[in-house]
Ligand binder design. Structure first.
Ligand code: HSE
Length: 446
């Protein structure tokens, strides 16, 4: 290796330091993420081509103890003060719908660019907010709302060929991935793993949103709008929580060569949108199986660029703050609304097969075919040959575990070949009627 000392900086670099300019930011919410934004804004001073001044910080209780030193910050409990502080950019990290929705609309209507990390707000009120941003001609940026530490939404927004996407498979929730990874790797119990995720600041204030899949559903809806222009309500998405996964599922998944991960998947290459959020058996050969802990990842199926894979930290106050502040810089430089919403990312225009479709959102269905990971449990499974019985009912079995007879119950894990969901469920009903076993099944991904 040649070491070049004192190498001159090339003049045409696209990351040349620009003159430092100060951006005034009003921050709505000074919780874990809002606090990290204020702290990072202060720490980054002098090291970036932008510097940030917190013009006001909206809090519920100014006396509340915080992880950051808030003494020097202009705290206010009055949203009007925050909006009146003449910010260049308003940052909304309150979470939830109200008062975030009202304040974001007020800011947009007043011509103030908005940056938000609030996937709930975007999932439930996206149509209204993006219309307001377009009408006002101001940016509404939301890079930190999905894969918080991975700047990929904006990248796709500027690249029309790369964003000709027809589907994705992703791990969108850091907390549930952290929990399932710890159960698989260390044999940790569910509660212990969840507590560590909460302590690290990954989990939502109400962790049931992570565990039951609502957080990932909201992110999936943000992605469906961003990538395809579909306005899909979270209630339309089929979701399953991860609380039904136990340590033995992970052990047997590992024996089959895979692992159980919290997956969000969508596909709109056909006449319907297929979407699912929940635990999925992922083969060890699939890159998603190696996305561990709080990491998130998304594999996009594109028309022209093959599969694009983005991964990185999906949660955590500092990584989210860094993404939000990058959005702030972008929003402050950009006079126009930059959401893809105003120029659909859908491949329809480019793909003759899809061209006839309007921007009307097609019907949403769940995962219907593909392979399945099945757990059978009963008091007497040993007497029945469940794999043969299922095979006789047309469900071809790829792998079957030995019968596990711990805790006085008999359990067996199966991996099927591709099989329609209705067909599998009918066969499991017959098996259940004949043997008295109960069945739990999740999709399996190659
Ligand atoms: N609770 C979320 C997660 C935070 O665990 O992924 C980031 O959106």
């Amino acid at each position: 290796m040649t070491i070049v000392a004192n190498a001159p900086r090339v003049q045409h670099s696209t990351i040349d330091p620009a003159p430092v300019r100060e951006i005034r930011v009003a921050v709505l919410g000074l919780g874990q993420v809002g606090g990290a934004i204020a702290a990072l804004a202060a720490r980054a001073r002098g090291t970036l081509p932008a510097s940030f001044e917190v013009a006001s910080a909206l809090v519920r209780d100014p006396r509340k103890p915080r992880a950051i030193d808030a003494a020097a910050l202009p705290l206010t409990t009055d949203p009007r003060t925050a909006l009146a502080s003449k910010p260049d950019v308003l940052v909304e990290v309150l979470g939830g719908i109200e008062p975030a929705r009202t304040l974001v609309l007020e800011a947009l209507n007043a011509g103030i660019p908005v940056v938000t990390a609030n996937k709930t707000l975007l999932a439930y009120c996206g149509a209204e907010l993006f219309s307001a941003a377009a009408a006002a001609g101001v940016p509404l940026l939301y890079e930190a709302s999905v894969l918080a530490g991975v700047p990929f939404l904006g990248t796709l927004g500027r690249r029309p060929l790369a964003r000709s996407v027809t589907g994705f498979r992703a791990i969108l929730n850091g907390t549930s991935n952290f929990v399932l990874t710890r159960m698989a790797r260390d044999g940790a119990g569910f509660a212990e793993a969840l507590t560590s995720a909460q302590r690290a600041g990954f989990a939502e204030p109400d962790p049931s949103k992570d565990i039951e899949g609502d957080d990932a559903v909201e992110k999936l809806c943000v992605l469906l709008r961003h990538l395809a222009g579909f306005d899909i309500h979270p209630s339309q998405i089929d979701k399953t929580g991860i609380a039904g996964v136990d340590g033995r599922d992970q052990q047997h998944a590992s024996a089959f060569g895979g692992t159980v991960r919290p997956v969000a998947a969508a596909d709109w290459s056909g006449e319907t949108v297929t979407a699912y959020v929940g635990p999925v058996y992922v083969e060890g050969t699939n890159a998603l199986s190696r996305v561990d802990g709080v990491q998130n990842a998304i594999a996009l199926t594109t028309l022209w660029s093959g599969e694009l894979f983005f991964s990185g930290p999906g949660a955590g106050p500092t990584v989210t703050a860094a993404t939000v502040l990058d959005d702030v810089v972008e929003a402050s430089q950009n006079g126009e609304a930059t959401s893809i919403e105003h120029e659909p990312a859908s491949p329809r225009a480019a793909n003759p097969r899809l061209r006839h479709r309007s921007r009307q959102t097609p019907p949403v269905t769940s995962v219907n075919d593909g392979a399945w990971f099945v757990r059978l449990t009963s008091s007497s499974l040993g007497e029945a040959d469940a794999p043969s019985l299922l095979a006789s009912l047309g469900v071809r079995i790829r792998r079957a575990s030995c019968i596990d007879a711990r805790s006085g119950r008999h359990s067996q894990w199966l991996l099927t070949h591709p099989c329609g969901r209705a067909h599998l469920d009918a066969a499991l009903d017959v098996l259940s009627a004949k043997t008295g076993c109960s069945a739990w099944r999740i999709p399996a991904l190659e």
